[in-house]
Design a binder for this molecule. Structure first.
Ligand code: PLP
Length: 482
């Protein structure tokens, strides 16, 4: 970089080697092109509001009241005035006037929290939020056989799901031969965190042509070859619904993965941030299937995805089941994670409030309920619709094929045809230069040797897609046949 001094300082090689394609060379080139005046479409990342998705009214109304509590009283006064004046009433819409339940939810948060948003909270998040998260998990999973109720003291409120993942992986990797099994392709948070911690990435390969299915022999092949190479496998990561694949796991597969982990004393890291993004399919959580089996399970959820799309607010939680002890110490994982969280004092308090709102949506009969459901359905329906449009475009692209169901926020088609000597990175870069469409090359997530893919987030507004898809089809058929 031109602004650097000549001073040389030895640094952590792991950080130099760490890679994160979602913000890699293609998005960086897109940023340059955009400065030069080109209209780019950032489909490289699952960041819905960056692509025009409106925030849910309910969340923003509560957030604004809690940030400025003096507005609660002002809103109440305004409501009274409106009731007295039919002229005022007719000039205000449903959204202009904050419904009473918004004010009550905000006031309730302030009463329970006591300190408002400007003070540090407990490191693992306020107890009343962790209690609400536990109830949410029980509501979601409580009907399952052998279900064990969630415990608030086994829940951590974090800065996005990413922070929880880092706590666990940092804790598990104590030497270079410690390995973590991850699906390939994967969300690069996992490869980057393993690399930074100096551990070994152990790949397993879901079966693309069977809709990214996972089975025993896939897991055993990966585990056995790692063990034969001297790796101590300590954990398995599962992303369900999958990023980048969109694959959705059924209860039977989840059960098989839990049995596999149980037999080998592996920790399970279940990344479930896309649990609302299943478009007609059923989401099955690991917590609902694990039952009484004593497998350590770390499940993650986030306010960034679903229909909430509040990525910038950095809210998430991690729920721990069957926490193990840290060997050669008197500490359980719960205590060590608490210590990790306490080093940065607490997660951000607006993100904590967003987590509370995510797990306690308005219920039927609440004044905000109807609008909430309308907005939720409209976001999820639009996502499904856009995925369908993009899939339909693939059918007009020579050799392009997307396997499996639609889940999460991404499509990950395989490119069956590319000019000799080129790869998916070259393709994505050329696609960007020509159309402004910013995608990520499959190699950024890992992929089976000899295959080529790209990932596209199905987030842009339909009008934008209607404009860019024909250009992409035209580009594709010309590029792959040159
Ligand atoms: C599978 C997966 N896990 C975790 C995250 C990070 O989520 P958060 O914003 O909650 O840190 C993402 C973000 O795209 C993701 O795709």
């Amino acid at each position: 970089m031109s602004d650097s001094s000549k001073l040389q300082i030895p640094v952590n090689r792991n950080i130099l080697e760490m890679e994160y394609a979602v913000r890699g060379p293609i998005p960086q080139r897109a940023a340059q092109l955009s400065i030069q005046g080109m209209k780019t479409i950032p489909c490289n990342i699952g960041n819905p509001q960056a692509l025009g998705q409106s925030p849910m009214t309910y969340y923003r109304q509560v957030l604004s009241m809690v940030e400025d509590p003096s507005r609660i009283e002002r809103e109440r006064k305004l409501s009274k005035l409106v009731k007295l004046s039919s002229e005022l009433k007719s000039s205000l819409s449903e959204v202009d006037l904050y419904p009473e339940d918004i004010l009550a939810v905000a006031q309730n948060f302030l009463d329970k929290n006591g300190k408002g948003l400007g003070a540090y909270s407990e490191s693992n998040g306020p107890l009343f939020i962790r209690e609400a998260v536990a109830k949410f998990i029980d509501r979601r999973d409580g009907r399952a056989t052998d279900y064990v109720a969630a415990k608030p003291n086994q829940i951590y409120i974090t800065n996005g799901a990413s922070e929880g993942v880092k706590y666990v992986i940092d804790l598990l990797i104590s030497k270079a031969s410690d390995g973590i099994m991850i699906p390939i392709p994967q969300y690069p948070l996992y490869s980057a965190t393993i690399c930074k911690a100096g551990g070994t990435q152990v790949n397993f390969y879901p079966d693309e042509e069977s809709g990214w299915a996972i089975n025993r022999s896939i897991l055993e092949d990966s585990y056995n070859s790692a063990i034969n190479n001297g790796t101590t496998v300590k954990a398995i990561v599962v992303i369900n619904p999958g990023n980048p694949t969109g694959g959705i796991l059924d209860a039977e597969t989840i059960n098989e993965i839990i049995d596999f982990a149980n037999e080998r004393n592996l920790v399970i890291i279940a990344d479930e941030v896309y649990q609302e993004n299943v478009y007609g399919a059923e989401f099955v959580s690991f917590a609902s299937v694990v039952g009484k089996r004593q497998v350590p399970l770390f499940s993650l959820h986030s306010v960034s995805k679903g229909f909430y799309g509040e990525c910038g607010h950095r809210g998430g939680f991690m729920e721990v089941r069957n926490p193990p002890m840290a060997a050669d110490s008197s500490l359980s994982f719960l205590e060590v994670i608490q210590k990790q969280a306490s080093v940065s004092l607490c997660s951000n308090t607006v993100g904590q409030l967003m987590v509370l709102l995510m797990v306690t949506p308005p219920i039927a009969g609440d004044p905000s309920y109807d609008l909430f459901i309308r907005e939720k359905n409209s976001i999820l329906d639009a996502l499904e619709d856009k995925a369908r449009l993009i899939r339909a475009a693939f059918t007009q692209m020579d050799g392009m094929e997307a396997f499996g169901r639609t889940g999460a926020m991404y499509l990950f088609p395989r490119m069956g045809k590319l000019p000799v000597g080129t790869n998916d990175f070259d393709y994505c870069m050329a696609l960007l230069e020509e159309t402004g469409l910013t995608t990520v090359n499959g190699s950024g997530f890992g992929q089976k040797e000899g295959t080529f893919h790209l990932r596209i987030a199905f987030l842009p507004p339909k009008e934008l897609l209607a404009d860019v898809l024909p250009k992409w089809i035209e580009f594709h058929n010309r590029y792959v046949n040159k």
